[in-house]
Design a protein around this ligand. Structure first.
Ligand code: ADP
Length: 819
């Protein structure tokens, strides 16, 4: 009731004719609305702005019936204010003008009695302010250059604030794909296509023609591509371009069909231009920054001379070159002079089916490769299919844009680098220059790395050889200081590398090692040095007093002025060779002596036997003596044969299970007579039958030899005892005598060739010093060992072992004792 009263009060108030006359001349529109939505008053200006038609409003009508349906915003504003009872303002546009539409609640005694709508023409200020705001926002976004997304999003957010539209979007043109793509959107649009080709639809038309395209209602448009059938409303697209180059489009939607005013189009065009230069700067900046980054990385990688991952680094450089030009792919052919072929070595990006190898002779079929390599020029072809030269191969590969440039090492072309695009945009002449420069870096890198790699390899091989060679290697610099002292030299001289390197050579060779001749030679003048043909031989005395014979071969390098550059000394340990030489000489004199003695005996006895005047008994005695001497001769020759067989590794073994007992009995049988002649009993205490895995004849030879020695080096009336026992998996034979004995320091030596130890029976016993050498070798060939214990003047015991046979073999004879 109260409300009604109050409303009627307002009604009455507005019905004063004087009042109406006053408000009709106001420069702003005024509308009074009751809480139930009835319009009680509207001045002429207000009616002309937003009413369907001019009316005297008698009786009162609902605001919904009088306000034009186009003024949705006004209607929505009234509904909102009446509902919330709070003041609100919107901007509306009508026939090219912008109005600030302010709805204010009217209260009487703090009770709402309705609201008044004030409509103010703000066209002039709205555009200026909106534009300023946007430009301000964009320029501040520009200060954060590099973030393109941010720039465009700020722009759309600002536009929607000042324009009566429902959606603002920016689509950017991707030069590579030729498509338009939404990059900023105020949202709240139900219908839009996220991607479009230039030329496609209303937006595409705007992009193609670089002209605004405005549509009253998309539902009746034949160029607008709708997502859904029922989509409707107004659409306006403004091109974003810079210096005539398409960057994208700015488009707005309004859900109600309407015309866009000149001012709106003008305003959006200015904003689009601002966005255009912002984007362009942003892109350019981005592009520049990326190129600078890649270039600096390129030069860093190119100057990096790590040889460990050479392939990886070149691959990386190739990738960077591709990235620098924003190319879809990149590949490198290297020329192999050996194969006379171009070989595909590196590739990056999109795979295209280029041949793995191109024969040099076959190049005429590959025109591009031919002119790049032969004519040594960079070739750029944009839009391959339309190029007048039409390289068939590239067309086949689906390549559209292409740059190919030679790689040089000095003057020599060593390969070809090509970048290509199948879909992306053209390459520029700047790209062409850039790639020609960067490829030089790649080529230098490849060449340097190759050389370094080869050098490193060679040095490595050399180092390893010098270090592991079984000869001393010493290198002196021109000042005759030691610069290389290899491992073998360190061992030979007992001087570690760190003690020798950097030292003057006289200090080491003369003062430390006492090598007089070598030192004298090193410091002699180059003319003398040149004449050296033979190695210098010297004795090197080691810390334990032992002497080594060394042979030093010297080679050196002199420059034009006859000045020494460096000197390489190779030092061999020739002690063994020398010893062998000595042994050989000794052998010769020994054998000749040994052979001559029995031969002389044979000759002597035979000539005596020939004498007819002697009795027959004496004749027989001489013949027997001659026979014995021949036996010795044969024995010696046999031994020599054995040694040769051993030395030449030609000893053949017939291994079987043999009874040691049998072999010992045989030996006693062979030698008992010889022993008896010196009155030496051969004592043999047989134990259990022991069977070994050995060669029967060789084992017999071993025992015979040892027992023969025992007889030889034991004075008359001594004793020789033989015994056999088992030790773990071996059988051990022992031959003990009560002879002259052997000094400890000769234990090892006596097993060497031609070694005879001085003792009282030596001369009488005869021999060439080969017996024990043969014994040792035959034992060891059968997996056994030989050793001795002895005391000079008291006697010796020789032991040798042989592996036990897996199973016992019965012996042929068995005797407890034999003498
Ligand atoms: P050869 O007996 O022909 O001189 P061997 O090689 O058989 O040559 O012996 C080498 C040296 O070992 C002999 O010259 C001798 O001095 C010493 N020798 C070998 N056997 C014995 C032994 N049973 N007692 C003492 N000296 C021995």
């Amino acid at each position: 009731m109260n409300n009604l009263l109050r409303s009627s009060a307002l009604k009455k108030f507005f019905q004063f004719a004087e009042f109406r006359a006053f408000v009709d001349v106001l420069s702003f529109g005024l509308v009074a609305i009751l809480p139930d939505g009835q319009v009680t008053f509207a001045n002429k200006l207000a009616q002309s702005i937003c009413f369907k038609e001019l009316t005297d409003l008698n009786p009162f009508a609902s605001y919904r019936s009088v306000i034009h349906p186009k003024h949705k915003i006004v209607r929505a504003l009234i509904a909102e204010v009446l509902k919330t009872k709070e003041n609100a303002t919107r901007q509306v546009e009508w026939e090219g003008k912008v109005y600030a539409c302010e709805a204010r609640i009217v209260t009487v005694n703090k009770k709402c009695v309705g609201c008044v709508l004030l409509l103010n023409d703000v066209t002039a200020t709205a555009h200026r302010e909106g534009q300023h705001a946007i430009i301000y926002q964009i320029s501040s976004a520009l200060s954060e250059i590099g973030n393109l997304h941010h720039v465009v999003q700020v722009a759309v957010n600002q536009i929607i604030k000042v324009l009566p539209v429902t959606n603002v979007k920016i689509m950017l043109h991707d030069a590579y794909s030729g498509r338009l793509q939404i990059v900023a959107d105020t949202g709240n649009a139900k219908h839009h296509i996220t991607q479009l080709n230039v030329g496609e639809g209303a937006a595409g038309k705007c992009a193609q023609e670089l002209k605004p395209v405005s549509i009253y209602d998309i539902s009746n448009s034949d160029i607008y591509i709708k997502r859904r059938k029922k989509d409707k409303g107004a659409f306006l697209a403004i091109p974003i371009a810079n210096k005539g180059r398409l960057l994208g489009i700015l488009n707005v939607h309004d859900t109600t069909p309407r015309y866009f005013s000149e001012q709106e189009i003008q305003f959006l065009t200015i904003v689009a231009n601002e966005i255009g230069s912002a984007i362009d700067n942003g892109i350019l900046y981005e592009d520049l920054r990326r190129k600078v980054e890649i270039l600096s990385e390129l030069s860093y990688t190119a100057s990096f001379s790590h040889t460990s991952n050479f392939e990886g680094q070149v691959q990386h450089l190739v990738r960077l070159s591709g990235e620098l030009l924003d190319a879809e792919g990149c590949y490198v052919y290297m020329y192999s002079a050996v194969k006379r072929k171009f070989i595909l070595r590196y590739r990056y990006g999109v795979d295209i089916n280029v041949p793995h190898e191109v024969d040099e002779d076959d190049m005429s079929r590959n025109r591009v490769l031919l002119s790049v390599y032969r004519d040594q020029q960079t070739i750029m072809i944009n839009d391959v299919p339309r190029d007048y030269t039409k390289p068939a191969r590239l067309i086949k590969l689906g390549v559209r844009n292409f740059i190919s440039t030679p790689l040089y090492a000095g003057e020599e072309p060593i390969g070809i680098l090509s970048v290509f695009n199948k879909r992306r945009g053209n390459f520029t002449s700047e790209d062409k220059q850039l790639i020609a420069i960067t490829t030089q870096r790649i080529a230098t890198k490849i060449e340097n790395a190759k050389l370094l790699k080869r050098l490193a390899n060679e040095k490595d091989i050399l180092d390893k050889t010098v270090e592991n060679i079984n000869e001393g290697v010493v290198v002196l610099n021109r000042k005759r200081r030691i610069i290389i002292w290899n491992h073998y030299m360190a061992g030979l001289s007992e001087l570690p590398e760190e003690d020798a390197v950097d030292q003057p050579s006289y200090k080491i060779f003369f003062s430390r090692l006492g090598l007089k001749q070598l030192t004298r030679f090193i410091y002699s003048d180059p003319d003398k040095q040149k004449n050296i043909t033979q190695p210098i031989e010297e004795v090197l005395v080691r810390s334990d007093g032992s002497k080594l014979w060394i042979a030093c071969s010297i080679s050196f390098d002199v420059n034009e002025d006859n000045k020494l550059r460096d000197m390489i000394i190779v030092i061999r340990n020739v002690t063994a060779e020398k010893a062998l030489m000595r042994a050989k000489n000794e052998f010769l004199s020994l054998t000749t002596h040994e052979l001559r003695t029995p031969l002389a005996a044979v000759k002597g006895y035979l000539s005596m036997a020939r004498t007819s005047s002697i009795p027959a008994s004496s004749q027989k005695r001489y013949l027997n003596k001659a026979y014995d001497a021949t036996e010795r001769l044969v024995g010696l020759v046999e031994e020599l044969f054995d040694v040769v067989r051993i030395d030449e590794n030609r000893v053949e073994l017939a291994v079987e299970a043999i009874s040691l007992h049998d072999v010992v009995l045989q030996c006693i049988e062979h030698l008992s007579q010889k022993a008896q002649s010196k009155n030496i009993p051969l004592i043999y205490t047989a134990g259990s039958n022991i069977v070994v895995w050995a060669d029967r004849a060789k084992t017999q030879h071993i025992i015979d030899n040892l027992v023969d020695n025992a007889i030889k080096y034991t004075p008359a009336k001594g004793t020789i005892t033989l015994s056999i026992e088992t030790r773990d998996t071996d059988a051990v034979v022992m031959i003990h005598d009560t002879g002259v004995g052997i000094p400890v320091h000769s234990y090892d030596r006596i097993f060497d060739r031609f070694v005879r130890v001085d003792n009282p029976l030596r001369i009488k016993a005869g021999g060439a010093g080969l017996g024990l050498y043969i014994v040792k070798n035959l034992v060891e060939l059968q997996q056994g060992k030989v050793w001795l214990t002895s005391e000079v003047g008291k006697g010796s015991t020789f032991y040798f072992s042989l592996p036990l046979a897996p199973k016992a073999v019965p012996s042929t004879a068995y005797a407890k004792e034999s003498s």
